[in-house]
Ligand binder design. Structure first.
Ligand code: NAD
Length: 378
């Protein structure tokens, strides 16, 4: 069984789907691993390390795609890459299924089985395969560092002979995996940290990290979490109350980091243009949701916008800015998922009835099978 690891071609993508460590383990399980030349360079993994681990380096991605039984990728393939894959092959990547319906249909038609890694269910057994968590955690950390880079003040309080430097006030909006890591990172740097979320369950988590919780607490907020642990879309009345509290809070902040997402929808607008106008010059907003439509009305994908001295950071693909760690964790997530797919002889034997596989599998034997993405209802 041959596994292929291509070099990622998407804009701002520096990650790679396998590391020498995971390659070694796949080979020990009986697989042959082929890595495209230069695939790991942006994650500080030279080809020689893959060769040392037992992989074969190949020059042409086309050969890799057309001959592989399994392709491991970070981003969805291009149409050309996908078209080269053979019938019966398995593709595992962050497929962005809400945006790639046509590509997924084409892959189904070709007979390629597609696993979408961001659909790994949030259950205990799947934690080691959970790419949203592994990548969001790094993004939350990096968001704080990106804020420090554009903030022309210090984070911690400093009492010096020449006067006192006040601590920075940092406000985190959305307390999922990224938000929690952002709180912890800002605290470590000495800031005064507060946070908000629509899920009341996050209050205790925020407080346990030493930050204060800002939230409209009413009956609706008590029911704002789906059974899967995600946020629901809130009513207009709730949104108005929350906006007023947030507006008052934001005006006092130096740094605002937004991380709020709703699966399959545009990210909620939490910071309006009017709110930005109330912030002091020199303040910084980091919008981690910028690629999903943005939590801040004025953020722009891939840009640092300056609005009357307030910097609004909208970097693309923040996990990729820590590519070495992000690749290592992502590769481990994939390796753990393949643990379900490969039998002890290193052959592919997909347990289609396993809840994790049911969560990630979009296509099987030429058909769309995921109930949320074109497959039959369960
Ligand atoms: P996410 O990336 O989907 O969203 C980030 C945060 O934004 C969430 O906390 C969400 O509630 C919040 N949010 C959404 N709309 C908002 C609004 N209008 N205002 C303020 N905040 C808003 O979240 P995530 O990091 O993927 O985590 C989602 C859930 O999954 C959490 O409950 C988390 O604890 C859970 N989780 C479970 C596991 C597991 O058990 N294996 C692993 C990871 C995460």
């Amino acid at each position: 069984l041959t596994i292929f690891i291509p070099k990622e071609t998407a804009q701002a993508e520096r990650r790679v789907a396998a590391t020498p460590e995971t390659v070694k383990k796949l080979i020990a399980q009986g697989c042959a691993v082929r890595v495209e030349k230069g695939a790991g360079v942006e994650s500080s993994i030279p080809d020689a390390l893959y060769t040392d681990a037992g992989a074969t380096i190949i020059d042409t991605a086309a050969d890799g795609f057309s001959q592989a039984d399994i392709v491991l990728k970070v981003q969805a393939p291009t149409d050309d890459e996908a078209a080269k894959m053979k019938k019966g092959a398995l593709l595992a990547c962050i497929m962005a299924p809400y945006q790639n319906a046509n590509l997924i249909a084409a892959l189904a038609k070709q007979g390629v089985d597609v696993f979408s890694m961001e659909l790994v269910p949030r259950i205990t057994r799947a934690q080691a395969m959970d790419v949203l968590s592994s990548q969001s955690n790094l993004a939350g950390y990096k968001a704080v560092l990106d804020a420090t880079e554009h903030f022309n003040r210090a984070f911690p309080m400093m009492m010096t002979a020449a006067g006192t430097v006040p601590p920075a006030r940092v406000f985190i909006m959305g307390v999922g995996v990224a938000g929690l890591q952002a709180i912890a990172t800002a605290k470590r740097l000495g800031a005064i940290v507060s946070a908000t979320d629509v899920r009341a369950a996050t209050k205790e988590q925020v407080q346990s990290l030493g930050a204060s919780f800002v939230m409209v607490e009413d009956d609706e907020s008590k029911a704002a979490e789906t059974a899967g642990g995600y946020a629901k879309e809130m009513s207009d009345a709730y949104k108005a109350k929350q906006a007023a509290l947030i507006a008052e809070t934001i005006a006092k902040q130096d740094i605002v980091i937004t991380t709020a997402l709703i699966p399959g929808r545009k990210a909620p607008t939490l910071v309006t243009a009017a709110m930005v106008k109330t912030m002091k010059p020199g303040s910084v907003i980091v919008d981690l949701a910028v690629e999903q439509g943005g939590n801040c009305e004025l953020s722009k994908v891939g840009e640092v916008v300056d609005v009357d001295g307030v910097k609004i950071i909208g970097h693309r693909n923040v996990p990729s800015r820590l590519s070495a760690n992000a690749s290592a964790l992502y590769a481990k997530n994939l390796l753990n998922l393949l643990g379900l797919v490969l039998n002890k002889d290193g052959a592919k034997d997909i347990p289609w009835d396993d809840d994790i596989i049911k969560g990630v599998a979009l296509t099987r034997d030429g058909a769309l099978i995921h109930p949320q993405f074109g497959g039959p209802a369960p």
